[in-house]
Each structure stands twice: as structure tokens, then as C-alpha cells.
Design a protein. Structure first.
Length: 386
């Protein structure tokens, strides 16, 4: 049995309950492909790191995520994803499934998903049950995005996975992906050790749908695998911009039509922040740049305030890092961000842009998503669920 081929054959046989209406064999692609609203060149979505600023709390960060999800839903953003990170003081997204359940209770239309769940950190059965539960809570609205990185440093990964798991073979991710797919579909063959193990909620209870799988990555490995399996692919342009075009090219060249999609569908994560003035936008994105500098230097912490970032005395080497980082952050007034996103969509040919607005305070992040929607003429879609 081919692990990767097996995953390709079964994933999306039901898509998200087969409720989609285009883009893939059997209509499953309709659960994946979004619709560009207003003057946006492609569908726009949200990537949320649930950032925690200095002087703020995780409680406040999670309340901001709810506010962002409701705003995104009301303004026509296609999906809201939450990323898994561990042992990072500046983020509160260690448990995407828990956060997504909370967001589902406060929204009614927007797609919600993981951007992503880091599969090596978890037993496939546990992931299948978590996202089967989410699908039961919000039918047809859940995406299961999967990554193969730990989402943290090596020491924390060891604490997450337990002894002996850090040196897994390179082909372990495809095997675990195939196992997860079988749990989601409840179709282990007779004689398999897990043939009588059922992920619940799931098909054994008469469930009619499950979340579509996405592969996430910042290198060629997941790009090629997503293409070979005929799955949608999300690339982390926001922290690995130099590899965006090669990865997207590899994904498209490797793509084989599947029950999920008859053509490639690629999303890129984009750091983007709009503010009422260019100076304010610059002050806000500098907080994220300083936070990343500290993380890369082994000194992770809460997201600094704009005042702290402005007063920080960068060394020449640190300034070089920060300038390079900010060169890939689309920021400025709403019109400047709109123009930057238009150019990025054209250069990459991305099918969807997923915006992450990293800043110290939730107010700046909310304002950014509102300004971007205004710039594209994305009219309010009506109130979200209470």
C-alpha cells in the first residue's frame, strides 16, 4: 500500500460533505475555493497568531481573535485560520482546536481552520477526533491545515512528542498523513491493527462530512507532496518570502488532479498591516519585527509596544535583519497596502491571500482588516452570529 497515494485517493472523497459546487471532481473543491469580493484580485483571508502584547494578557488576545473573526465574517474574508505555536510568550495559539471551537460559537459563515496543526506533535487519531468534533460543531466550515514542522524549538518539541520521536525518518509525515486520512474516513482495511478503531465524531456515527485537508509549508517538501496528492497548498510567504515562487512552481508542476481538486489551489500567508497613516503603520510593524528579532536570537517574549520598538537601539547587524524582515511586510495606508497586495497576487499567481497583521495591540490589527476591506470595496455582509 502506498501511503501517499492512499491519502490522495481518499482525501476529499467527501470534501466537506460534498457541499461544494465547483473547482474539483465531485464538487469537493467548492469547500476550498473562495470568491474574491469587491475589487480584491483574489479571495482574502485571515491568519491569526493570537499575539499577546506587553502589558496585555492571553485573555485579551483571545477576545481580539473573536473580534477579528466576527469582523472578517461581516466583511467577506473567506476564512480565519489559527496557527499552532508552543513555548512562545508572544502568541497564545498553542491549541488551535480549542480556539476554533470558541470562534465557531461566535460566527456563522466564515470558514475556520488550522494554519496549521503540526502533525508530528500529535497522534493522528487525536487530530481526527478534534477536527471531527469541530466539523460536528460547525458543519461545512472547518479546514484542517497540516504542517510537518514542530512550531517551536527542539527542546519544546521533545517535551511535546516524548523521548525518541525527534529523529523520525523523512517519510514519517506522509505515513502519518495517510493514517490521519484513514481515521477521518474510517476505512482501515480488514486485518489492519486499527481496523476496529474509530475516530469519533466520525463516519461510524453516520457523519456525512469532514474537513478538507490542506498541506502547509515553507519549503519544497510539502509543496511537492501537496501537488502529488492533489491537495490545496498554503505557503508561508510571511516568514520565508525568498522561497515563495520556487515552492509554488514546484506545487503546480507536481500537481495531479484528485477527488479534491482538478487544478492547483495555492494560498500564501502575507504579513500585511494597514493604518490611517504610513507613520502609524511603520510604528506598528516595527513591533513585530523586533519580536521576530528576539525570537530568532533565542530571546522570545511578549510583543513589544510601539514605544519600546521605537526606542530600541539596534546594532548594525540587527538593523540589517529588521530591514530585511520589513521589506516583506506589506504596510502603510489602506491604499498602499491594497497596491502591495495587488502586486503580490500578480507576481505569485496565488489563488488566495491570507493576511496576518502582527502588531502589539488588538485595536491596530482590527483596524487593519477593516481598512483593507474598505480599500477593496468589500461591503458588509451582515452581522455575525451572537
Amino acid at each position: 500500500m502506498s501511503d501517499t497515494g492512499d491519502a490522495r485517493r481518499r482525501d476529499g472523497a467527501d470534501g466537506a460533505g460534498g457541499t461544494g459546487d465547483g473547482g474539483g471532481a465531485g464538487g469537493a473543491g467548492g469547500a476550498i475555493r473562495g470568491t474574491a469580493l469587491g475589487r480584491a484580485p483574489v479571495p482574502l483571508s485571515v491568519l491569526d497568531l493570537v499575539t499577546v502584547g506587553a502589558g496585555r494578557t492571553a485573555h485579551e488576545a483571545l477576545r481580539t481573535s473573536v473580534a477579528i473573526s466576527r469582523l472578517a465574517e461581516s466583511r467577506g474574508y473567506h476564512r480565519h485560520w489559527v496557527a499552532e505555536h508552543h513555548s512562545m510568550p508572544g502568541v497564545a495559539s498553542s491549541s488551535p482546536a480549542v480556539i476554533l471551537a470558541h470562534l465557531a460559537a461566535h460566527t456563522s459563515r466564515i470558514r475556520l481552520g488550522s494554519g496549521g496543526v503540526m502533525l508530528p506533535n500529535h497522534a493522528p487519531l487525536a487530530v481526527a477526533e478534534q477536527f471531527g468534533t469541530l466539523e460536528a460543531l460547525a458543519p461545512g466550515r472547518i479546514d484542517l491545515g497540516l504542517g510537518r514542522a514542530p512550531g517551536t524549538d527542539g527542546r519544546t518539541a521533545a517535551a511535546l512528542r516524548g523521548p525518541g520521536r525527534l529523529d523520525e525518518a523523512a517519510d514519517e509525515f506522509p505515513r502519518r498523513l495517510a493514517e490521519l486520512t484513514r481515521f477521518l474516513d474510517d476505512d482501515f482495511p480488514d486485518g489492519h491493527p486499527y481496523a476496529r478503531v474509530h475516530a469519533v465524531p466520525g463516519p461510524v456515527q453516520g457523519s456525512t462530512g469532514r474537513p478538507p485537508l490542506w498541506l502547509l509549508g515553507s519549503s519544497g517538501f510539502s509543496a511537492r507532496l501537496a501537488g502529488e496528492l492533489g491537495l490545496p497548498f498554503a505557503y508561508a510567504h510571511h516568514f520565508s518570502a525568498a522561497g515563495t515562487l520556487p515552492a509554488l512552481d514546484l506545487y503546480r508542476q507536481s500537481f495531479r488532479p484528485s477527488a479534491v481538486l482538478d487544478a492547483p489551489y495555492a494560498v500564501i500567508g502575507v504579513s500585511a498591516l494597514a493604518a490611517d497613516t504610513g507613520a502609524e503603520a511603520r510604528a506598528q510593524v516595527l513591533t513585530g519585527a523586533l519580536s521576530m528579532l528576539r525570537l530568532r536570537s533565542g530571546r522570545p517574549g511578549l510583543i513589544p509596544t510601539p514605544e519600546e520598538a521605537a526606542a530600541y537601539a539596534f546594532t548594525p547587524l540587527e538593523r540589517e535583519f529588521v530591514d530585511g524582515w520589513l521589506a516583506n511586510v506589506v504596510h502603510g495606508t489602506a491604499e498602499e497596502v491594497r497596491d502591495g497586495l495587488d502586486g503580490l497576487a500578480k507576481r505569485t499567481g496565488a489563488d488566495e491571500l491570507m493576511l496576518t497583521a502582527n502588531a502589539h495591540g488588538g485595536e491596530a490589527r482590527l483596524r487593519s482588516y477593516e481598512l483593507v476591506a474598505d480599500a477593496y470595496g468589500m461591503e458588509p455582509q451582515g452581522p455575525a452570529a451572537g
